[in-house]
Design a protein around this ligand. Sequence first.
Ligand code: TRP
Ligand code: MN
Length: 477
Amino acid sequence: MTATATATATATVSGPSAVSADAPAATGSWSPGSWRTRTAAQQPDWPDPEALARVESTLAFQPPLVLPDEIMGLRGALAGVAAGEGFLLQAGDCAERFASCTEDGIRSKLRVILQVAVVLTYGSGLPVVKVGRIAGQFGKPRSRPTETVGGEELPVYRGDIVNAPEFTAEARRPDADRLLRGYQHSSAALNVLRALTLGGYADLGQAHAWNQEFVRRSAAGQRYESAADDISRALRFMTACGVDPRALSALQRIQLYTSHEALLPPYEEALTRYDERRRTWFGTSAHMLWIGDRTRDPDGAHVELLSGLGNPVGVKVGPGTTPQGLRALCERLDPDREPGRLVLITRLGAGRSADLLPPLLRAVRSAGHLPVWACDPMHGNTFVSDSGYKTRRLSDVTAEVAEFFAVHREEGTHPGGIHLELTGDDVTECLGGDLEEILDGQLGTRYETACDPRLNAVQSLELAFRVGDLLRSQHSV
Ligand code: TRP
Ligand code: MN
């Protein structure tokens, strides 16, 4: 990684503004560009560094996608979750595609997130903090930098924000202009999401309408129908009592926060803005940013960059994480021990939590941190099926979630959230499902993911009911 001049250092914002790209004197050794002195894993080999620098300075002048007030709203909500008073739902695509950034594509993803959220809220009686892997989840870490097909070796596809998936030299060439397109697609997606979540689509009175025809035919879809019936009845009861549900905006809107993996430091740096009022830098590409299992080196560039931002920071915690390593990370990212500043997302794989999770929980707790503990039951359970598809078994996914709850109960910590890769579409990417079982031979029918296999809408609902039941039993003791 070569250190190029920081794009933001020269950017100025004229006139009064809430957030600016102007750098005040850096506190300590951190600055938005201090990551450049560290090693950044998982970076594309940008063929044209000047084009990259140009894009960085263009991005530095764009309006922020999210504002500090919203980010601090999420910080507050996560502090509540860390204290055991709520639950975090983080869900969306593994890798978003630019081409799926359409009204339909966004609406269909939001629909299943709303369904899962309402099932969790109804099942647990706890407030559910909703964070999408959406409006910016365009970059992907990969296990190898290149891919070889028929003797030809090309750079690997790293997500639409870097290159294109087709196996041609042209498509695979990292293109810095894609960072700009990533910003534009995030902005367009957020605009539709804000309109949908605030403009009536998320109204609890619409809970029936979120259940699509193909979902309704399934067992989970039927259970959802009956939960939605209960909710309608509760709303009618309120009306009968003289309380008008239409006058209560809490019933009609949700706050959907956005998140993505902060994989590309040049992009994230260009979108950091300084909040004069709070005297804090914020990443403004999304409310929450996370660090992947392959980029969480405490001395690496990604940790350096996020350590100085006021956003909530997620960290993926894989089976290779040691208690000491996790402590070092927490020290770097949460030196002030702020409840909910960190979301530690464990992805250990089914059958491994009983051994691996307790030492991690204890190491973090004894060091005085109060993170949100969330379970990603997807990434530790990925394998290639006999028919050659990268897939996951719903039974492994639910097993890991159940183990996560059991260990937290044993350790007296709060199982604070789940992190899911899902889609509202009727895809066949993950195996299983109680009644609507998808078998290996059917994976090819509608296997549409750009990266990892996602739960379809029926499988997502089935899992949501399981989690709702687990939450309820955990909280009734
Ligand atoms: N605003 C509340 C919440 O976010 C209730 C709510 C309204 C809701 N629409 C929703 C909850 C859709 C889940 C899904 O929890
Ligand atoms: Mn993934």
